[in-house]
Design a protein around this ligand. Structure first.
Ligand SMILES: Cc1cc2nc3c(=O)[nH]c(=O)nc-3n(C[C@H](O)[C@H](O)[C@H](O)COP(=O)(O)OP(=O)(O)OC[C@H]3O[C@@H](n4cnc5c(N)ncnc54)[C@H](O)[C@@H]3O)c2cc1C
Length: 451
């Protein structure tokens, strides 16, 4: 492949292995895929560069993937021997304080989004990691700790510009190209084109309270059973993440991280049943501004290699289901990654569930919890450690099939998922396939788990 023709067509930079910026522009966040090396990275300077990159890749039969923040769990934004469109320079964010309209470039990441909206006290559901891009987040749905109150990221989307496989650019919204717009609301990145701009409707931030509760492991089952009911019966303002986790050194732990769009007094009273079930050894419950709460729940990760698998449930897990999670976390095979492993129940529902399932491509509109399983290992852990961890999470995923549904969240992309089409897209699969046929008839965008 000669890159000279590509260089002649673009304002941006074409990088090859060894060039400064090549690794930064292509290396996946998940080190599990660090050995997937593309032939070149086009660091785009404009929407025209996106179109030129797509046209060049088509003409030269080179596989192409778009890369926003590179945070795909399965390394979907890098392709061996292909061309990576690094979109990070499309990072503009503009906010109209009067209308609450927020427009972001296709490569803008959370840090820039938050910096744009915070001065106006406006928000919509945004991710909890600085480097996740708005494109990956929105196209896969986008869940924040406040989504039970504010809806999904894709629910706030009003329009988006997409460069299609034939190099043309279209705008889509509920009125223009509505089928493509529908697909961009949760149908998955890397499927229909490269989105270069997104416009959202933001809302006013609300007073908040947060909690961090930690219990000894001996209370795990009773606490999880009780907290599931707390979340089920709570108003939309409360979202909790109920965690069972284990790090390489130290005992396993039960945790509840919560964000309530209301006062600490209300939060304390909502949590009262769980606080009565067993005494936490740490209980921080406090009033916060919205922005303090956002900092409080920010996701810290050591990075390295990891795997995640998900299921969903519309009702609290049975005691047998909870005991299955607890027993598995007890038996985690271990690794040297400080993130360790665990299982978490993310409280969904609320405003997410009030959108009809066929209104957007995101299908999980009857969910109480995302049941998320994760494990991690260090880059210098041997191959047997990786294998043991993948076996562990695979067995737990299978065991949980008795207690939770097979529906999976596509933004926690799972390369091991056998029937990923149905698991990710559910009842919206057939319509998504139609949209794919219409806008990408030759299946030019064909990265891992693309339709
Ligand atoms: C640390 C961490 C924290 C996270 N936090 C959250 C969270 O709070 N809420 C949540 O819902 N999810 C969260 N996620 C999951 C995250 O939403 C997905 O991994 C998402 O796909 C990442 O988007 P990205 O652009 O950063 O990743 P990338 O790997 O760059 O892209 C992901 C997919 O989208 C495609 N893509 C990228 N840009 C475009 C574009 N402009 N047009 C079309 N396709 C594109 C890529 O080709 C790839 O298929 C988190 C993930 C991590 C690793």
């Amino acid at each position: 492949m000669s890159l000279a023709g590509l260089r002649a067509r673009v304002r941006g930079t074409v990088l090859e292995p060894g060039d400064t910026g090549f690794t930064e522009g292509s290396r996946p966040f998940n080190s599990r895929y660090a050995d997937v090396i593309p032939a070149a990275v086009l660091s785009v300077a404009s929407v025209e560069d996106v179109a030129a990159g797509i046209t060049w890749a088509r003409e030269n039969s080179v596989p192409l993937v778009a890369r926003g923040g590179g945070h795909s769990y399965s390394g979907a934004s890098v392709t061996a021997g292909g061309l990576v469109l690094d979109l990070r320079r499309l990072d503009s964010v503009s906010v109209d304080a009067d209308s609450g309209l927020v427009t972001a470039g296709g490569g803008a990441r959370m840090k820039a989004l938050y910096a744009g909206v915070q001065p106006h006290d406006l928000v919509f559901s945004l991710g909890n990691s600085d480097e996740v891009s708005i494109a990956g987040l929105t196209l896969g749905g986008g869940v924040a700790a406040v989504s039970r109150g504010y809806g999904l990221t894709c629910d706030a989307l009003l329009s988006t510009d997409v460069v299609l496989a034939d190099g043309t650019t279209v705008t889509c919204s509920a009125d223009v190209n509505p089928d493509l717009f529908w697909a961009c609301q949760g149908g998955g990145g890397g499927n229909f084109g490269v989105n270069t701009s997104f416009t959202f409707q933001a809302q006013a931030v609300r007073p908040s309270a947060t909690c961090l509760l930690l219990w000894e492991w001996s209370h795990a089952t009773e606490v999880v059973m009780c907290m599931q009911e707390v979340q089920r019966d709570a108003p939309d303002g409360l979202s909790v993440r109920i965690g069972l986790s284990r790090a390489p050194d130290g005992p396993p732990m039960v945790s509840v991280v919560g964000w309530h769009l209301g006062s600490a007094e209300e939060l304390r009273s909502l949590l009262a049943p769980a606080l009565a079930v067993a005494r936490p050894f740490r209980a921080d419950i406090a009033d916060r501004t919205f922005w303090e709460a956002k900092e409080y729940v920010q996701h810290e990760t050591a990075g390295g290699s990891f795997a995640g698998r998900t299921r969903t449930t519309p009702v609290p897990l049975s005691e047998a289901g909870v005991r299955t999670l607890v027993a598995a976390v007890d038996k985690w095979p271990g690794s040297r990654n400080p993130d360790g492993a665990g299982a978490a129940l993310f409280g969904w529902g609320g405003a997410i569930n009030r959108v009809p399932v066929e209104a957007t491509a995101f299908p999980h509109r009857n969910t109480l919890f995302l049941v998320s399983l994760d494990t991690s290992w260090a880059v210098d852990d041997g191959p047997e450690v990786m294998r043991d961890n993948l076996d562990w999470i695979g067995a737990l995923y299978e065991d949980m099939g008795e207690y939770a549904s097979g529906a999976s969240y596509l933004n926690f992309t799972d390369p091991e998922l056998a029937d990923w089409r149905t698991a990710y897209h559910g009842p919206n699969l057939a319509r998504l396939v139609e949209v794919k046929r219409r806008y990408d008839p030759d299946r030019f965008f064909r990265s891992h788990q693309a339709l």
